[in-house]
Design a protein around this ligand. Structure first.
Ligand code: SF4
Length: 444
């Protein structure tokens, strides 16, 4: 049977989607291989967030097609819907498909590989899923790429239309998976001893199972009540949808990690309006304060972490406006900030705004944010010195083990003890606090 490989770019949601593409193709007896040069078919699961990522994909597709004339290439993900991309790659790519449209992929497979009849519906019990159009690809059982951490998408798409973002165009409107199905998937993972469950969605805060009337806070509660020793994480939250009910559940549930990622993007009200973010800096800061107070009240002895995303150099952003982002950075004391230099994306509203902040200025602003982050990150990390924390080991290199705390701090542990292993929890005493990580020794 044909061999296939997959190249995934971008966010966790794309990696999670790729796990579903792999299981789907394997059900047709395709053989998955890592070596892209030996594959008959390569799926590119693309990201359109930055021009640089996009250019890398074009380069890779061109090179592969030149080296392997008979290679079949399929493109999905954030670039697949764009007319300009389809035009540019029309001679190299055999199929573009929207990630939600597995039926299109299936039809193409049948046609291209002359397979015997088998249908998308074979994945499901026909009683439960009577018609194909009602089926979401999220209901497919994925081939997890890790034996102790799993991505579990709970929703996809977005209704927010931030002016710089391609997601609402690439993935369409919000769709929430039935809570029952999510719980079933997690139960199966826990039965296999998975330790860390990442709930994924573009805006998990607005998750809503219409049939069962279950919102995100209620879903979290249900997952938290499942038996077993495991951690729950989730990505991504939107400041406008972070309700008091949700804050209470996040900060008081035993299995939910003490970590909140709340994208700020910009600290100035005018810039936020232009980004169509639908919250003010005041609202953002008030929400952060609520989260901090609630952690202190509900888990007084646990450290917690707050992280964010910032875009520097959005069209027309003045130095003065940027200054306000820096002020919020200092007020919040973030543990981590993921910084992007603004990159105009075709098809978005902001594509029509002049990209009038120079690259040099964007880099300068990026550096200024980094400087503040280095200080706040180190200050926060120093709070861990001489403290005992639980880590989940996720890597071993030589005699060093690497893991993460519940607050997503990277911890390095040096030990010759062979009984420690990847995929397990250990208690560590922190002996060193650096800007970007902690070091320690395993106690038990
Ligand atoms: S909330 Fe905004 S940035 Fe996030 S996926 Fe939706 S449109 Fe994009």
């Amino acid at each position: 049977m044909p061999t296939f490989s997959i190249q995934t770019f971008g966010c966790q949601m794309n990696y999670s989607d790729s796990e579903r593409i792999i299981s789907f193709l394997e059900s047709y007896q395709f053989n998955f291989i890592n070596n892209i040069h030996k594959a008959d078919l390569i799926i590119f699961n693309t990201c359109g967030v930055r021009q640089m990522a996009e250019d890398r994909i074009y380069g890779q597709i061109n090179n592969l097609k030149q080296q392997h004339k008979k290679l079949l290439i399929v493109v999905t993900g954030c670039l697949a819907y764009r007319q300009d991309v389809q035009k540019r790659l029309k001679n190299q790519v055999d199929l573009f498909f929207n990630i939600k449209d597995f039926n299109k992929l299936e039809k193409w497979i049948h046609k291209t590989f002359s397979l015997k009849e088998k249908s998308f519906l074979d994945f499901f019990s026909s009683k439960k899923y009577p018609t194909a159009h009602k089926i979401s690809y999220l209901s497919l059982t994925p081939k997890y790429s890790n034996f102790f951490q799993a991505y579990v998408p709970i929703m996809t798409g977005c209704n927010n239309f931030c002016t710089y973002c391609v997601v609402p165009y690439a993935r369409g409107r919000e769709y929430s998976r039935p809570a029952k199905e999510i719980i079933q998937e997690i139960k199966k993972l826990l039965a296999k001893n998975y330790k860390e469950i990442f709930l994924l969605g573009q805006n998990v805060n607005s998750y809503y199972d219409k049939k069962q009337k279950i919102n995100f806070a209620q879903l979290l509660k249900k997952i938290n009540s499942l038996p077993g020793n495991f951690w729950i994480r989730f990505l991504t939250s939107h400041p406008k949808d972070m309700s008091d009910e949700l804050i209470k559940v996040i900060t008081s549930s035993q299995k939910i990690c003490e970590y909140v990622h709340l994208p700020l993007q910009a600290g100035d009200n005018e810039v936020l309006k232009k980004m169509n973010r639908k919250y003010s800096p005041q609202h953002y800061l008030k929400t952060i304060q609520k989260i901090k107070n609630s952690f202190k009240k509900n888990k007084p002895h646990s450290p917690f972490a707050i992280t964010t995303d910032i875009i520097v150099g959005f069209p027309d952003e003045t130095r003065n406006q940027f200054q306000k982002t820096k002020e919020i950075m200092k007020k919040v004391n973030y543990d981590m900030t993921y910084i992007s230099r603004y990159s105009p994306r075709p098809g978005t509203v902001a594509w029509n705004f002049p990209d009038n902040i120079t690259l040099e200025e964007k880099k300068k602003r990026e550096k200024e944010i980094e400087k503040i982050l280095e200080k706040t990150s180190l200050k926060n990390n120093q709070k861990y010195l001489n403290k005992k924390v639980t880590i989940l080991i996720d890597k071993k290199r030589g005699e060093s083990f690497y893991g993460k705390t519940r607050t997503l701090k990277n911890v390095k542990v040096i030990s010759k003890n062979k009984k420690y292993s990847v995929g397990n929890f250990y208690t560590v005493k922190i002996t060193q606090a650096n800007i970007w990580n902690l070091e320690g020794e395993i106690i038990e």
